[in-house]
Design a protein around this ligand. Structure first.
Ligand SMILES: C[S@@+](CC[C@H](N)C(=O)[O-])C[C@H]1O[C@@H](n2cnc3c(N)ncnc32)[C@H](O)[C@@H]1O
Length: 334
């Protein structure tokens, strides 16, 4: 283990956990950065998730409890399963209320295309929480998103413009792709999903519990596969001039190598020639500010975009960015 980058990685994570209301993970990460644990990998999120999974299965202390000596001891004892989790390498963190800031992008797609039905394809979908817009209602400070068949209502602090919330929207279909989709009707998938949760305010955990219940009642359509191999055909099959195909890339594509990201972008540009194709993406903050991610809707077919929201990395503390009405704020490019 090369100690300097290892320490830097744990110190950076301490900072990120600290600024995301996850103090126990911040404290453990700081302690490890100061006194490295020989043999422990340098991917804090995956290491802590592996330990948390063992705790959810009753085989370790929850690293979220803040008991640093116990976590160190568990890390030594469970080194093989930590290494195995690193080999798999998947971070499947999903904050269910991330759907609240994807939703304005869906409404914008409807608005851009005069209410044509939406066909959603979610890349790196994990448990498919972002596919549940027909089943989750949201109460924003400015108004509500209330689909007729909503199974539960979530509070969301994003100030989505009222006029946008009033946009008539039809969700025709929604499908998600993941290397390892988590079907929460399976208890092992719930354990895995929960293992990635960042311990913090109790609402965070409660929201996940409620969202799992929604997904159990309204199971999203999940496809197992590598986005690099299957996304092109899944999207192509859903493009039609009479509908809008909406592709969501939320906390996903930055996990791919740069060359793969470029290939995906080129493939989407090619597909946009066949019909309306809107990308909703959660990516780096416009000022490249640490800890903040920007959410934007990009119409690849008619070449216009709106950078509309900013959140922290896990989808909390959202802020509305775009002036309204959107037509004035939607920039076009040629
Ligand atoms: C951090 S999670 C994001 C989940 C969800 N999109 C969200 O925003 O809450 C990233 C997801 O991408 C998946 N993933 C990573 N690489 C992938 C690939 N090449 N093809 C398909 N899924 C992939 C992981 O399994 C994981 O579920």
């Amino acid at each position: 283990m090369v100690v300097a980058p290892w320490m830097a990685s744990w110190a950076l994570s301490a900072q990120i956990f600290g600024s995301h209301n996850t103090p126990t993970y911040a404290a453990i990460s700081t302690d490890l950065a100061e006194r490295p644990e020989p043999g422990l990998p340098e991917q804090p999120v995956l290491v802590l998730a592996a330990l948390r999974k063992a705790s959810l299965e009753g085989r370790a202390t929850d690293p979220g409890s803040g008991d640093i000596p116990a976590t160190r001891a568990d890390a030594r004892r469970l080194s093989e399963e930590i290494d195995a989790a690193i080999d798999v390498g998947l971070i499947q963190y999903t904050h269910p209320t991330r759907l609240g800031d994807i939703l304005p992008g869906l409404l914008l797609a409807s608005r851009w295309y005069d209410g044509r039905p939406l066909r959603v394809v979610d890349l790196g979908t994990s448990s498919g929480m972002l596919l549940l817009a027909a089943s989750m209602a949201f109460r924003f400070p400015t108004g509500d998103w209330s689909p007729p068949d909503a199974f539960d209502v979530f509070e969301h602090p994003l100030a989505v413009p009222r006029a946008l919330l009033d946009t008539p929207t039809t969700l025709e279909s929604a499908v998600g792709i993941d290397l390892r989709p988590l079907d929460v009707r399976n208890p092992d998938a719930i354990t895995l999903l929960r293992s990635y949760e960042w311990p913090g305010p109790s609402e965070r955990s409660e929201q996940l519990t409620r969202a799992i219940r929604v997904a159990q009642q309204r199971p999203p359509h999940l496809i197992t596969g590598d986005v690099q191999e299957v996304a092109h055909d899944v999207i192509r099959d859903r493009i039609d001039k009479e509908v809008v195909t909406v592709v969501i890339d939320s906390a996903f594509s930055h996990y791919m190598l740069m060359a793969a990201q470029v290939r995906l972008g080129n493939s989407m540009d090619g597909l946009a020639g066949h019909g309306p194709l809107v990308l909703i993406t959660r990516g780096m903050n416009a000022n490249r500010e640490m800890g903040r991610a920007t959410v934007r809707a990009i119409d690849l077919h008619r070449k216009r975009r709106l950078v509309y929201a900013e959140t922290d990395y896990i989808g909390e503390s959202p802020e509305w960015l775009a002036p309204w009405p959107s037509e004035a704020a939607t920039s076009r490019w040629t």
